[in-house]
Write a protein that binds this ligand. Sequence first.
Ligand SMILES: [Zn+2]
Ligand SMILES: [Zn+2]
Ligand SMILES: [Zn+2]
Length: 273
Amino acid sequence: MQSFNTYRYRLETFTESRSTKWSQEPYKGQRVDAGIQRAPGPWEIAAQPPSYFIEHKETIRVPYTSSIKKCDPCSGMGRNACSSCTGTGSKVCSGCNGSGQSPDNESCSRCHCSGCEKCGSCSGSGFNKCDTCDGNGQLLVFINLKVKWSTEKDDFVEKDDFVAQDSSGLRQEKLGKVSGKELFRDAQIMVYPVLGFPDVSVAQASERLIRHHQGKYTKNSRILQQRQTVELITITRVKYTWKEKPYVYYVYGNELKVNVLDYPATCCCCSVM
Ligand SMILES: [Zn+2]
Ligand SMILES: [Zn+2]
Ligand SMILES: [Zn+2]
């Protein structure tokens, strides 16, 4: 049995990003306020995330951007020609296929010999209510502000011998699924690199990732909070022999996950522990 202790440094940055988009909805007497005063910019509108490090989205109608416009698809009529009967209100009779006569040469009772019947889609009117404006002929157009809160996360796992030494060793991505013993935790609007940590590579990773996050997430978003942790993850490599052949397995993380390489037999009578 051989022990490897590995540090995992994790930096999480909780960001807020904002974008605007023109939107519309049927006009039904909503408040029209465009031009009353200057519309606020995206970052001038108050929005509060429910909690730090929790994904969340919010859509806010930007004040002083709402105005009325004529509905395009129906040209302000509130209705469109019925697509089923092309606006005529009638269709070829389905009882006699338009001939006015039934198959046994009787007169068609469905259309009374006219060969046409009323269109079912528009009840014979030739028009349907416009979906875009819900029949009102007018739309309210306005700017919507979309606010998105998200957590960006980066891990640094100390490169240790256990990966390099043995090509069939425990893969580093496996460690992403386990937790370790938390040695250090720090949360604030902007964190500072970990100083004085005994392991130099952790301190370097901290500095590098913080610089990376603070550059990347201040371009199109704002950083509301950062959190950094250092965890100690224990890894034990166990070498054993089964039927004169050598095998290896790993026990790692707080969860004591077991990773078995080339497990010799899938029998139920032997326990690896
Ligand atoms: Zn008919
Ligand atoms: Zn119709
Ligand atoms: Zn319309």
